[in-house]
Each structure stands twice: as C-alpha cells, then as structure tokens.
Design a protein. Structure first.
Ligand SMILES: [Fe+2]
Length: 293
C-alpha cells in the first residue's frame, strides 16, 4: 500500500482520462483544480493534452488565482491586449492575465470580448507571427442552449488527406488575417487586415512532431504563390474537409467547465446562442514555444 504523507499539500488524486470523440478531446476526471497538483499528475495531464489536443475538467469551482495556477501548467502566459473591462456583478476585480468572454452588458456596453453570435472555425491568434499555443476557457455563466464550442482535429484531418492533396499543399504558406470586429471571411476580401501573418498550410507540432492542417475558414485568406481562383478552390476544399463531423468534438458547456485546447493542431468554432441570455467565461492564453513550421 502506498502511503501519502499528510504534510504533502498537493492533491494525491489520480486522474482518469476518458476520450470525448474518436480523434479529439479527453475528459480528465477525479481532479479538483482548486488544489495544487503533484508534478507527476501535471505531467500525465500534459501528456494527455498533447495526445488529445483538448482537455475538459467538469464541475470545477475555480478562483481567478486557481485559473492562473492551472494555466501555468501549460506554459508561459501570453500577454493579453485585453479591453478595459467593466466588471459584472459578483466580480470585485479581474487579475491581469485573465480576459472575459461575455455578452453581458452594463450601462449598454459589453463587459467582455467576442460577445455575440456564432463564430466560424479558427485557430486563436493565427494572424500573429508568434501564435499562442494554448487557450483556457472557464465557464461562469452559460445560456440554457447554444454557444457550444466545436473543436476540429487538424491532425486527423491531415492524416485523412489523399496523397494528391498532400502534394499540392506541401511546403505552401497561407496568409491569415485578423480584422477587428469582423468575423466573416468574405468581408476580408479587399479589406485591410488589422494584423496578418503567413504560416505553413501544414504545420508540424513542435512537441509531438505530428502534422496538422493549419488554415481556417474565419481567418485564412490566401495561399501564397497561387492564383486567387486556385487558392480559393483549395482553401474551400480544406475548410470543408477539416470541419467534417468525424474530426469534430462538440462541447456543450456547463457551469464550472474548464477546457484547455492546443491551437497548434486544432481549430474551434462557436454556435449561436440567445442574445437575451447571459454568457460569461474567463479566458487565459499560453505563449507559443516556436514559430509555426
Ligand atoms: Fe477562438
């Protein structure tokens, strides 16, 4: 029998890992993230994250300090260019590395970012030269329906490409746009990007060495070195391919969910939700450890 020292402040719980779909997502059970984790538990969780790209912890009751500590298990904080938040009821403060995703309005102004409606598939911060490797989202208030997050495995989608398409995209780079306040790709044709970056269409993960499709319907506008028509045809094929249900896990949020996703090998989208219901999540982000290659 293994004895656990009572002086060990870290939780001795052993996590259970339950896959959420064939290709992406894994629920971590038996872990209370309010308590510090042992180094071997942190390693097991990190390995599961690399294997599944998305981790889900249900029924958590996290303080902002807890969220900051858990984020640190996945790497170094990415600085947030976050807007000045008006705090909703129940919040006396917001720690510096935390951003609010919310449709809640106080005095007619939204208190958080990305307030309303659906969002197409995208990789967070792909418009930057140094995209963030991870995003954490913790749910505080959730509408009665909608606002689901769909996660697509770029790795499984790449593996399923036929050799002819793989040959076409090999070594290609694509331009990714971020246009402030615009979420429709069609809007970006001929529009100046607020910021943009070109990255490989097929990205190699710097920790697993696995290849993944690294373009998305929301932000990728053009494959370099191709005519507009050729680029559009190939991109639309890749978007449709990546978003096939077989590569996607749909997360239906409950209050107290913490979800951590890997932006290097997965993309995500949001479904619409009732605008008259409150939705509030806390978000942190983790710096990339290499430029995409
Ligand atoms: Fe996102």
């Amino acid at each position: 029998m293994t004895m656990v020292s009572t002086s060990d402040a870290a939780t001795a719980a052993t996590p259970e890992f339950v896959p959420l779909s064939k290709h992406i997502g894994c629920e971590v059970k038996g872990i209370d993230l309010r308590k510090p984790l042992r180094p071997d538990t942190i390693s097991a969780i990190y390995r599961a994250w690399l294997d599944h790209a998305v981790l889900l912890f249900r029924d958590q009751d996290l303080s902002q300090e807890d969220l900051i500590r858990v984020t640190g298990h996945f790497g170094e904080f990415a600085p947030l260019g976050r807007p000045a938040h008006t705090l909703p009821k129940g919040f006396s403060r917001l720690l510096p590395n935390i951003m609010m995703i919310s449709n809640i309005r106080e005095n007619g102004e939204t208190i958080g970012a990305l307030p309303d409606g659906e969002m197409m598939f995208h990789h967070d911060t792909i418009h930057r030269e140094d995209p963030h490797k991870a995003t954490l989202l913790y749910s505080v208030e959730i509408p009665t329906y909608g606002g689901d997050t769909l996660f697509a495995s770029g790795t499984a989608a790449y593996d399923a490409l036929d050799a002819e398409v793989k040959a076409k995209v090999e070594g290609r780079r694509a331009v990714n746009y971020y246009v402030y306040n615009s979420v429709v790709r069609g809007d970006k044709q001929g529009v100046d990007a607020t910021s943009q970056a070109a990255h490989p269409v097929i990205r190699t993960h710097d920790e697993t060495n696995r290849k993944a499709i690294y373009v998305n319907r929301l932000m990728t506008v053009k494959i370099e070195g191709m005519s507009e028509q050729e680029s559009d045809t190939l991109l639309n094929f890749l978007f449709d391919h990546c978003e096939k249900p077989e590569f996607v896990y749909t997360h239906v949020w409950r209050k107290g969910d913490l979800v951590v996703w890997d932006n290097r090998c997965s993309s995500h989208a949001r479904t619409d939700f009732p605008s008259d219901q409150r939705r509030l999540l806390l978000r942190t982000t983790v710096k990339g450890t290499s430029r995409p290659y």
